[in-house]
Design a protein around this ligand. Sequence first.
Ligand SMILES: [Zn+2]
Ligand SMILES: [Zn+2]
Length: 142
Amino acid sequence: MSQATTTKGQCLCGKVQVTVTADKPLASFDTLCCHCDSCKRRSGGVASYAFVVPERHVSFHGSAHKTFEDRDTGSGKPMRRTMCAECGSPVCVIEAASPDMRCLQYGLFAGRVELPRPALEMFASKRVPWINEVGKEVRETA
Ligand SMILES: [Zn+2]
Ligand SMILES: [Zn+2]
């Protein structure tokens, strides 16, 4: 077995902590950027950026975080969006179609690891015009 790599992240207040343990660095997992309206509302910015990591590599510590079930999604499929109950930082997204994957928000790892250019870009037609296309792959649906 190759060397395990551990990467830690946290919400703004630090009450929700996440650890990713895998035999490769966090930056080599799939990454995505989503421009849908729900991701804009929820992130407070113009898009959402996340590492897509299988659940078996992810553990959460500290306070339990809060889950919001988002039924008004761009794809029409419900998504679970979690956040810190204390400071409101977005933590992860769990898609109905991929219940074993955790879309961990880039912000959790700010200042800890390189936040790579996302490989996949979704709902590109909703991208604000002043952001350049970033994804190697661009599609309209999840
Ligand atoms: Zn917090
Ligand atoms: Zn989205």
